[in-house]
Every structure is written in structure tokens, then in C-alpha cells.
Design a protein around this ligand. Structure first.
Ligand SMILES: Cc1cc2nc3c(=O)[nH]c(=O)nc-3n(C[C@H](O)[C@H](O)[C@H](O)COP(=O)(O)O)c2cc1C
Length: 168
């Protein structure tokens, strides 16, 4: 099943990217760096229909079955870049309903990268609830961290995580 990792860090080659670079080959997944795209904030008036969000979401529903969200932990939460992507999914409920409906039955997983081993409480709840709301199957999530390079235990947990996604 074609998988895509949506990378949502404020730096393209930072810690989250290191995690993504381990995960992508394990899953045979493509990588889309949300930072490379012009995606404006949701504004209720749909003034940003000509930015890169709608082409992206159309491409995602057409080409992929499994979406893996990869975000750093910023202030106990997902990055702003990733949150803007989620906010813009509201377009799929309002002006792009056909595309929104195509999300049903797709699969979602999420991975975060913080700076310490302790996971942030309820970090993944927005991902789980969003998957549920959109009719997507939530495959699971993984907290990772990078302090002084990638630790072996993190690499091992990424391998387990990839295996879980592939066999779900
Ligand atoms: C704005 C900001 C907020 C952060 N907040 C947290 C936090 O709440 N918890 C945490 O463990 N690390 C926090 N960190 C550290 C990052 O999560 C950590 O360094 C991460 O690996 C950075 O990934 P990146 O290189 O992809 O940005 C924060 C870093 C930044 C820049």
C-alpha cells in the first residue's frame, strides 16, 4: 500500500528529518515536506484556494493509502506547520467535500520527535480524534527524541513502529 510521510518541522534538515529518514526506507514511503509548500492558515472565507493545499490533498487521496504525520514536539504539541495542515482539512469538509470523502478508509499514523525520552501527555490525541472524525483508521503513534544524535533504542522503536504499520 503506498505510504507517504508528511514532515512538519520548522527546519527541513533537523531532528524530525533524521527520524523521517530512518522511517521512510523501512516503509518504502515517499516524503512530503510541508515546509516546502505554500499553505496558508485556514481563514473561514476560503481566500487561499489557490495556494498549494488543495493540490496537495487531492494528490494525497489519489496516490496514497497510508499517511504518516511526522512532527517535532513544539510546546507540548504538534508544530505550527502541521497544525495549519490539519486546520486546512476543514476545506475538505466545506469546499472540497469530494476529496474529503476520499479520506474515509485511509490509514493514519503519527510520529513525533522531542528532545527527551519522556513522552508528552496526550500529544497524539488530536491525531487519533482527527482520524476518527475523518473516517480514517488510526494505526498508532510513536514518541521519539534526539538529544545528541539518534540513539539505538530510538532506531529500534522506529523499526518496530514500521513493522506495526506494515502489518496492520
Ligand atoms: C519552539 C520549540 C518548542 C519546543 N518545545 C518542546 C517541548 O515542549 N517538549 C520537548 O520535549 N521538546 C521541545 N522542543 C525541542 C524539540 O522538540 C526537539 O529539539 C526536536 O527534536 C526538534 O525537532 P526539529 O529539529 O525537527 O525541529 C522545542 C523546540 C522548539 C524549537
Amino acid at each position: 500500500m503506498p505510504s507517504v510521510i508528511l514532515q512538519g518541522s520548522s527546519r527541513s534538515d533537523g531532528n524530525t528529518r533524521q527520524i523521517v529518514d530512518v522511517l521512510a526506507p523501512l516503509l518504502g514511503a515517499d516524503i512530503i515536506n510541508l515546509k516546502d509548500l505554500e499553505i496558508h492558515h485556514y481563514d473561514y472565507k476560503h481566500r487561499h484556494q489557490n495556494d498549494e493545499f488543495l493540490p496537495l490533498i487531492r494528490r494525497l487521496v489519489q496516490d496514497y493509502d497510508t499517511f504518516i504525520f511526522a512532527t517535532p514536539v513544539y510546546w507540548y504539541s504538534m508544530s505550527g506547520i502541521m497544525k495549519v495542515f490539519f486546520d486546512r482539512l476543514s476545506d475538505c469538509l466545506q469546499i472540497e467535500k469530494d476529496t474529503g470523502r476520499k479520506l474515509r478508509g485511509k490509514r493514519m499514523a503519527a510520529v513525533c520527535c522531542g528532545s527527551e525520552p519522556m513522552p508528552t501527555t496526550a500529544f497524539f490525541t488530536p491525531f487519533q480524534l482527527s482520524a476518527d472524525y475523518l473516517g480514517m483508521t488510526y494505526l498508532g503513534d510513536l514518541h521519539t527524541w534526539i538529544e545528541d544524535g539518534l540513539e539505538t533504542s530510538v532506531e529500534l522503536s522506529l523499526k518496530e513502529f514500521a513493522k506495526r504499520i506494515k502489518t496492520s
